[in-house]
Design a protein around this ligand. Structure first.
Ligand SMILES: O=c1nc[nH]c2c1ncn2[C@H]1C[C@H](O)[C@@H](COP(=O)(O)OP(=O)(O)OP(=O)(O)O)O1
Ligand SMILES: [Mg+2]
Length: 206
């Protein structure tokens, strides 16, 4: 059965900053309700984690749901152990990184210390990747919407309200230094939600 456009969506998150951004970006597009459901996050690639999370959320809520998973990836670290080891390294890092490492890094280094992660590397480039998954309800296949933004890891500049916003620079400004609407116009989250909006528009025409 082809997925149909929902009239409302439950955005399942425990992160208040994400919720505020998603509400702002989807304002006037769809009725967004929020719910914090404690969901088990499996180990796997970012895409697998998000799709599985959407399935669990739909089963728990019994309504159309949206979930999101964000990660910040560093080119220097991926490239490090060479092409052969890369596969093993990347798999191990992806699964570990997703659930524990990135939170551990954020907690122990904080936004002010985050740049130290790449202290030994010349390449400071980083990619912010956002995966949203929409699931119409229990027993429906989730649909994935991905957005990516290239930037670099810098010493913290701007307010340290949201995760690594003050340490991720795009076009000369950190996310934290940008007006919210300017961040949304180029952010990983804004880009992923552009795809969701496009899908919603098409699905409601169909
Ligand atoms: O635009 C962003 N700007 C700066 N930092 C960000 C952003 N988006 C996520 N982050 C940070 C917050 C969290 O410390 C970490 C993992 O995010 P992530 O695991 O997806 O979120 P979470 O577990 O806090 O919420 P949820 O309940 O939706 O899974 O990345
Ligand atoms: Mg999470």
């Amino acid at each position: 059965m082809a997925p149909t456009a929902p009239t409302h969506l439950y955005f399942i998150t425990g992160n208040a900053n994400k919720l505020a951004e998603v509400q702002a970006i989807l304002d006037g597009v769809i009725e967004l309700r929020s719910k914090n459901v404690d969901l088990v996050e499996i180990q796997g690639t970012a895409e697998e984690v998000t799709i599985d999370k959407a399935r669990r959320a739909a089963a728990a809520v019994g309504e159309p749901v949206l979930v999101e998973d964000t990660c910040l990836c560093f080119k220097a670290m991926n490239g490090l152990p060479g092409p052969y080891m890369y596969e093993h390294f990347a798999t191990a890092i992806t699964s570990l990184c997703l659930t524990y490492l990135r939170k551990w890094f954020m907690k122990s280094l904080g936004p002010h210390g985050l740049h130290k992660m790449l202290a030994g590397f010349d390449d400071k480039s980083a990619t912010a990747v956002c995966n949203f998954a929409y699931c119409e309800g229990p027993d429906h296949e989730p649909i994935l919407f991905q957005g990516k933004t290239e930037g670099r890891l810098v010493e913290s500049r701007g307010p340290t309200v949201f995760g690594w916003d003050s340490a991720f620079e795009v076009g000369g400004q950190t996310y934290a230094e940008m007006e919210k609407k300017d961040k949304h116009a180029i952010s990983h989250r804004g880009r992923a939600l552009d795809k969701l909006k496009e899908w919603l528009a098409q699905a409601s025409d169909a």
